[in-house]
Design a protein around this ligand. Structure first.
Ligand SMILES: [Ca+2]
Ligand SMILES: [Ca+2]
Length: 272
């Protein structure tokens, strides 16, 4: 009995006990607010609540973001189109001009989330076709150079694309090794997107009187109709590029590869 009382007095007198009573009482009074607080302890230096479950990397930083603009030049090599279409260097090519080249310029926006060695690149862009109107003479055996189509893209002919790419980042020069001034890395990756065609392509064919398509176009005959093209295309990306980091704030990327067709381009972004 005496022992119990003595322990009780010791506890009451103990500053630790007194402190715990002080902490308990207000937290009970806070009622609902206190009940809704997460039980996971908050990391004192960052306030990050889930350190116990998903620890923050103790490295320079765990992830960064970047917002920027990009421009690209895309094209399909002539040598590939030569498989299906004749061109001006072929014997007996019928038209005064060569086959149009398939190319375009795109402008877009990017949002990038990245960690030490991985980048998630989300983009939206408009590709403006630079393909001129012209004569498309399909390859056949024996060759018929008068059976081709004349095709003229409408203004605004192009592709609106959204997509996401992954890139692995290999660092050559780390920004932290140059007192935050400069960094250089290699990015290699790929991804997928979806493109919707804008505009249309007017098409003229040869007529039954033996007039080739280009003559009917030049004579001002109305188009026979649209060239039937799919509206929606998958975009398959394979990218390789160099990124320059300036002062850990500006990023410039120069890259090339496959964006369903061949491309090269540049991006400029702000990191935050
Ligand atoms: Ca043919
Ligand atoms: Ca032909």
């Amino acid at each position: 009995m005496y022992r119990v009382v003595a322990i009780g007095i010791t506890l009451i007198a103990s500053p630790a006990f007194a402190q715990s009573v002080e902490q308990d009482v207000p937290s009970r009074l806070e009622g609902l607010d206190a009940a809704m607080e997460p039980t996971t302890p908050t990391r004192p230096d960052t306030g990050y609540r889930f350190d116990g479950v998903a620890p923050v990397a103790r490295d320079r930083r765990n992830f960064g973001m970047e917002f920027g603009f990009r421009s690209r030049m895309v094209s399909i090599p002539k040598s590939i189109m030569d498989i299906w279409y004749f061109d001006i260097e072929d014997p007996n090519w019928a038209y005064i001009e060569g086959r149009p080249s398939i190319k375009g310029y795109s402008l877009g926006m990017e949002f990038i989330v990245r960690s030490e060695n991985t980048n998630g690149i989300f983009y939206g862009e408009f590709l403006d076709s630079e393909m001129s109107e012209g004569y498309w003479d399909d390859v056949e055996e024996p060759a018929d150079h008068l059976d081709g189509d004349f095709v003229a893209p409408s203004p605004g002919f192009g592709l609106v694309t959204v997509g996401a790419d992954y890139a692995y980042e290999a660092h050559f020069v780390r920004t932290r090794d140059t007192q935050g001034r400069f960094g250089l890395s290699l990015l290699v990756g790929g991804g997928l997107g979806i493109a919707v065609m804008t505009g249309k392509m007017d098409r003229w064919g040869p007529d039954l009187d033996g007039n080739p398509a280009y003559k009917r176009y030049l004579d001002g005959v109305p188009a026979d109709g649209d060239k039937s093209l799919p509206r929606v295309y998958p975009m398959v990306d394979i990218n390789t590029g160099l990124r320059f980091n300036i002062a850990d704030r500006l990023a410039f990327r120069f890259e090339g590869g496959l964006h369903s067709v061949m491309y090269y381009g540049a991006s400029a972004g702000v990191m935050f």
